[in-house]
Design a protein around this ligand. Structure first.
Ligand SMILES: [Zn+2]
Length: 84
């Protein structure tokens, strides 16, 4: 496989976030389908077990989830009747 200059270290695995799994998945180098050179370094595209194409650095959307939860909490709190 032509890794386009990307130099994998022995035994390294990727643990990208897969939107279809809605969790992180553990993928080895056999799952690499493409490597793009970006100004920030090589970006490795992987084929998840479910067929989804994910970037190796795809992160779990924790911030978005936390933000949504906080908004929901705030809305619920403001919706509570105010005791007088
Ligand atoms: Zn998946």
């Amino acid at each position: 496989m032509d890794l386009n200059g990307f130099d994998p270290h022995d035994g390294d695995m990727f643990a990208p976030y897969c939107p279809r799994h809605q969790s992180r998945v553990l993928l080895g180098y056999e799952s690499v389908v493409d490597v793009e050179q970006t100004p920030f370094g090589p970006k490795v595209m992987l084929r998840c077990h479910c067929g989804e194409l994910v970037s190796h650095d795809a992160a779990e959307p924790e911030a978005a989830t936390a933000g949504a939860a906080a908004t929901t909490t705030a809305t619920s709190a403001s919706a509570l009747p105010t005791a007088c």
